[in-house]
Ligand binder design. Sequence first.
Ligand code: ZN
Length: 358
Amino acid sequence: MIIDLHCDTLMKLLDVPAGGDLYRNCWNIDIEKLRHSDYLLQDFAIFVDLQEHPDAYARYTEMKRVFTEQMEKYPQYIRQVRTYEDISACARDGVVGAMLSIEEGGVLGGDMDKLQAAYDDGVRLITLTWNYPNELGYPNGTEGEDKGLTARGWEFVEWMQSHGVIVDTSHLNDQGTRELLERTSRPVMASHSNARRVKEHTRNLPDDLLRLYGEKGGIIGLNFSRNFVSPEPITSLREIDNPKMFSRLVTTEEYHAIQTGQAPRPTGELTEPLIVSKVADIAKHARYMVNLAGIETVALGTDFDGVQPYLEVHDASEMDKLVQALKREDFSDDDIDRIFAKNALRFLRDTLPHAEQA
Ligand SMILES: [Zn+2]
């Protein structure tokens, strides 16, 4: 059983329709791959880059339409969840649960009516910022005592927490994250962030925030992006065990062309050291995070379809590679069950609306 707290598959489905639909596509996540790995729940983010899409709400609406179309096309396999009980119903009926989220609170323009509208659309998690400042707060790398959440940010957080919408701090700066963890009584999430001590990056969490997450009953999803995972490059393809990984750097456009069969997959030896997402390094992040935050705090937030190639765990059908890597880091079967689903399920029980109040 698997719960993944973050992916960008909706963006791929909208922008590159030649890649396939939600049932079967050339990306990291589709229904076939989710079913193969026995997923209970996949979060689908509506991610909007505010600079690329000045009319962010229109982009939100388009991506929401893609989500709804796919849910209506494949009801026998996948179903949107709006309450905690909906997740149990998915498990009972043997379908994958799909939770809708927003990655970039700026999509809502600080407008409480739009927040209510997103709730009515079934959005149950909002990543407060992406990599820009917005009405709610400041992104990672932008620090200072005056760079906590804005007054509107706190208003959003209060509304979200009282309605069962998860507050996600991934991409938020340290100051805002620390204030949130210290001041709110309800648990918060970092849906797709790793440990900064293992891989230096402002998107990853420093030790004191990892500890605070543990103390406050929060949850942190392990991110598979090579940028946030592996500190050392590889110099030979022999160091990785997945032939689906590419042997030279490609741009996003080239990646799309290769995945959709419009350009050949590159082959050959490495000509220069390459940072890749090694599954052994994901397991090292898990070990480090569990040591500081506790075994109840760590979950999965793969970032599939939002991260560039060079994933040793190539897609959702290959999650067993992470199971094996976690075993090599001395995690027990019970620990792995917690990281793969039980911790996230506990968190969702404590935060999502319940059927009688929905
Ligand atoms: Zn992200």
